[in-house]
Structures are given as C-alpha cells and as structure tokens.
Design a protein around this ligand. Structure first.
Ligand SMILES: CC(C)(C)c1cc(CCc2ccccn2)cc(-c2ccc(S(=O)(=O)CCO)cc2)c1
Length: 240
C-alpha cells in the first residue's frame, strides 16, 4: 500500500534504478567481461572499505517470453528455488503490498568465506507505455531489490549480511510484428533485459574469490534464468 513507511524509498529507488539501467554502457567506464550470444556482461572495479563491490550491468535479449513473464519469475518467491542455485533458504518476512515483499535468503557458503545472507525488499512494477523511458517498447517491467532492515530477521553471528541493490528491467518488442490483424504468437516476442547489481559482501572476502565467483556465476545465472522462463512459458498463453 502506498501508505507503508517504506513506500517513498521504494518508489524513489525503483525509478532511479530504471534510469540507471537504461543508461548506455559507452564511455569506457564499463568493462565487458563476458559475452555469450546476445548476452553481454560489464563490470566496474569498485572497492569500499577494502571490499570488492564491483557494480555489474548485464544486457541480454531473448525470444519467446514477455517482459512481464521474465520480471514475474524473477520476483516471485514461489519459483525462486527453481532458478536461483545460490540460495539455501528463503523466507518472505513481510508483504508490504501485493507487489512488494521483504525476503530473507541464506546463500550457500562459498569457501573460504563465511556464509552470507541477504535481507531486502523486492518490488515489481509495470512502467506505463506513456513513460518516455519506454517509448518504443510494447511494455516495460522492472524488479528492484534493495537491502533493508526488518525486526523479524534473525541475526546469526556466524552469517555475514550482504548489502545489495539489484534491478532487473525487461522490455518486450513485437519483432517481427504479427501479420496484419493477426494475434501475436511467441515467435513475435523479443524481450530485452538489463540486469544491474551492486553487492557489498559485508565482511572479509578475498577480492580474488569474489571476482572469480562473480565472473563465473553471473553469466550462468542470467543464461539459466532466461532459458528457464522461456521453457516454462512456451506452452502457456502469452502473459503481457
Ligand atoms: C558474489 C557476490 C556478487 C558478492 C554475491 C554474493 C552473494 C552471497 C553468496 C556468496 C558468493 C560469493 C562469495 C561469498 N558469498 C550473493 C549475491 C547475490 C544476491 C542476490 C542477488 S539477486 O539478483 O537479488 C537474485 C535473488 O537471489 C544476486 C546476487 C552476490
């Protein structure tokens, strides 16, 4: 509900992240570190307090699923374990509204670092076609994940809490457009995805380990996730 105390922050950060995601990767600030087919992954080297927090920006495009289908499966707690292989436990601590949840997830330990968890609100929103940021797309959906505090979050001394800001922006294009007067089929769907993340690992973790995990896991995650949604939705009616 828009009366929730977190709502102003949720609204402001979501629109800021939309702008950030839609900025190009020109200018030499971003370093391309992985490229597979349509997927390109960029990073910036950034350390905070001696910890690697390298911002990441990935762009990808897939055929056969809509922005809504992609964003919904990225946001929904019901399917989180079907695609996110990095988590061991996940609970929804709070439902701020029907499109905003508070997640607590325990990630699998990555040797030799201590186990980590993430506590964040996750908001999903359709960006109206009128929005200039969305002029030529059929429709645009965004999921924004932002670390937050929550009174019900258990604190386990042995687990280090990461700080994260993540956004997942999807735009559907009808390309090629359906024939005159024909309804679109999944062959007409082209969805462009921009995934941005800044994760502060929150405590000691060697830069070499983090960068190795990061370079290996992120490309795998985006390919695996998008393929999972395309496969899952293939036989379903299109959900714009
Ligand atoms: C590698 C690094 C970038 C720092 C990292 C470390 C860990 C904790 C697990 C871990 C990995 C490596 C080293 C230590 N701990 C988690 C994440 C992370 C968490 C959440 C999301 S999400 O996009 O919100 C999808 C929902 O789960 C993405 C990434 C990233």
């Amino acid at each position: 509900a828009t009366t929730h105390p977190l709502w102003p922050q949720i609204d402001k950060l979501t629109m800021e992240q939309l702008g950030y995601a839609q900025q190009g990767v020109e200018g030499g600030v971003w370093q391309l570190f992985a490229e597979e087919g349509e997927m390109k992954m960029y990073r910036r080297e950034l350390e905070e307090g001696g910890l690697v927090v390298d911002p990441l920006k990935a762009v990808h495009q897939v055929r056969g699923a809509t922005a809504h289908e992609m964003a919904h499966h990225f946001w929904s707690p019901d399917v989180r374990f079907e695609w996110d292989t990095s988590i061991e436990q996940m609970t929804v601590l709070d439902r701020i509204s029907e499109d905003t949840l508070v997640f607590l997830q325990l990630h699998k330990r990555v040797w030799p670092t201590a186990q980590r968890d993430a506590l964040f609100w996750s908001h999903i929103r359709k960006i109206p076609p009128s929005d200039p940021a969305n002029a030529d797309a059929h429709d645009t959906w965004i999921v924004c994940n932002q670390s937050t505090d929550h009174p019900d979050a258990p604190k386990d001394e042995k687990v280090v809490r990461v700080e994260l800001t993540v956004c997942f922006v999807c735009q559907t294009f009808l390309d090629p457009p359906p024939a005159e007067g024909e309804a679109p089929t999944r062959d007409n769907l082209l969805t462009k995805i921009t995934y941005c993340s800044v994760v502060n690992p929150g405590g000691w973790a060697p830069a070499s380990v983090l960068r190795a995990v990061y370079k290996r896991e992120y490309p795998k995650f985006l390919k695996r996730f998008t393929q999972y949604v395309v496969d899952k939705c293939a036989a379903q009616p299109i959900n714009f």
